[in-house]
Every structure is written in C-alpha cells, then in structure tokens.
Design a protein around this ligand. Structure first.
Ligand code: DQA
Length: 146
C-alpha cells in the first residue's frame, strides 16, 4: 500500500510560522514521524509540498496511477479550492483531510471546507497527531476495502 501525503501552501514554513497556532514542529519533522509510522504499518509513503493550487491538482492526478490513497492538508486552499475538490472527486481514490489547528474553533471562514464533502473524513486540531491519526485512518479505511 502506498499513500501520498500532500502539504499545501505555507506549510513549508512550519516551525517558524505562527507557532502559537501551529507549534514548533517543522515539516521535515512531520514527514519523519509519518515515515516512522508508515514503517510500523508496513506501508509506503511519499511526500509533496506545494504553494500552488495547480501543483496540488497535478499531484492528486498523478497519485491515481501509483498510490492507494492520499493524506492531504490543503491548508488555505481548503477554504477556497473547487479545483482541488474536483481533482479529489476525479481520481476516485480515498482521501483523508487533516489540519494541525482546529479549523472549527478559529475564524468563521476556516470552518468551511470544499474538500471534506468528497473526503473519507477530516481530522482537525491535534497538531502533528492530526497527520498520524490521518495516516492510521486512511490505512484502516483502505485495508477494510481491500
Ligand atoms: C491549516 C488550517 C488552515 O485554515 C490554514 O490556512 C493553514 C493550515 C492547519 O493545518 O491547521 O494553512 O490547514
């Protein structure tokens, strides 16, 4: 089983970006934690970070050929992107949406997700654990379906 992990805009700045909201963990650390969990689960993970909507659409489309599922933090595009939502619908492989912060406890505009209705589910508010819980969730979801 292979899962593509997609990190959206500004997540390359984790560690220094608004640490009161997003914590001090860097993206490199998050990917290392996911890689370690993937090893425990006996699965493969690949990582992409893009600050560009089209780059994320391209990554989702490419995943159709060689991945079984996608773990995505669409970041700000969560709240705006019909293009990313349509890409998720188009590839028809399972997607789990994650957020470090609790998007439902922040500004009103963050509680709207264009992606969640076409995802298997959304995990929000647990910091780095959102990603780890998300990887476990997509792993179980795919295993049950296989
Ligand atoms: C985020 C929440 C989004 O609202 C925000 O735009 C981000 C990060 C999170 O992980 O908490 O960039 O997706």
């Amino acid at each position: 089983m292979k899962i593509l992990v997609i990190h959206g805009p500004n997540l390359n700045l984790l560690g220094t970006r608004e640490p009161g909201i997003y914590g001090n963990t860097t993206l490199t650390n998050i990917n290392a934690a996911l890689q370690a969990l993937a090893g425990e689960l006996g699965i493969e993970v690949a990582f992409v970070q893009s600050n560009h909507e089209g780059g994320i659409v391209d990554a989702i489309q490419a995943a159709k050929t060689d991945c079984d599922g996608i773990l995505i933090n669409p970041a700000a595009y969560t709240h705006t992107s019909v293009a990313i939502r349509d890409a998720v619908s188009a590839v028809a492989i399972p997607v789990v949406e994650v957020h470090l912060s609790n998007v439902h406890a922040r500004e009103e505009f963050r509680s709207k997700s264009y992606i969640a209705p076409v995802a298997v589910g959304q995990i929000s508010g647990f910091g780095v654990d959102s990603y780890l819980l998300g990887l476990r969730a997509i792993f179980s979801h795919i295993k049950l379906r296989l």
